[in-house]
Design a protein around this ligand. Structure first.
Ligand code: FE2
Ligand code: FE2
Length: 159
């Protein structure tokens, strides 16, 4: 099965978006570490790895469907954050943006009656529900604690 040029290009773009998120989360993890939030930092280094896995999953799919892998330049991400809350808010914005992008990829696969790619993309649709829920949960905790008690957030995170 050969993927269409249009979907192939759109997936290459998405690969760079996943790598952008991966870099963004690594920057965020370093910022959290600088505040002494070791567990939150670890969580975001893990998140950074997950985004790289998302990118590579697309790469492998393109290889399976006789596509061309050509990853575009990855945009620079910020390493400056005003607060934990502000950092998590940008994480939320990235995830929402990715959800929209995945939905648009799905629209394209539906338009082209590419059933295999629809099936493949469904994993990302489900994953995005979890990704948004995780950040949202963290944001709720951070808002409840406030900046002064932020260090106690560590007690709520998985070991
Ligand atoms: Fe992702
Ligand atoms: Fe994500």
């Amino acid at each position: 099965m050969k993927i269409s040029k249009k979907l192939n290009d759109a997936i290459n773009t998405q690969i760079s978006e996943e790598l952008y998120a991966s870099n963004g989360y690594a920057n965020m993890a370093a910022y959290f570490n600088s505040l002494g939030l070791a567990r939150l930092s670890e969580l975001y280094f893990k998140q950074s790895e997950e985004e790289r896995e998302h990118a590579l999953k697309f790469v492998h799919y393109l290889m399976e469907v006789e596509g061309d892998v050509a990853i575009p330049a990855v945009k620079a991400t910020t390493s400056q954050f005003e607060s934990v809350k502000a950092a998590l808010e940008s994480a939320m914005a990235w995830e929402k943006d990715v959800t929209e992008r995945i939905n648009r990829l799905m629209d394209l696969a539906i338009e082209e009656k590419d059933y295999a790619t629809q099936d493949f993309l469904r994993w990302y649709v489900t994953e995005q529900v979890e990704e948004e829920a995780n950040v949202s949960h963290l944001l709720t905790l951070v808002e409840a604690l406030g900046d002064r008690s932020i260090i106690t957030l560590e007690a709520y995170l998985p070991r």
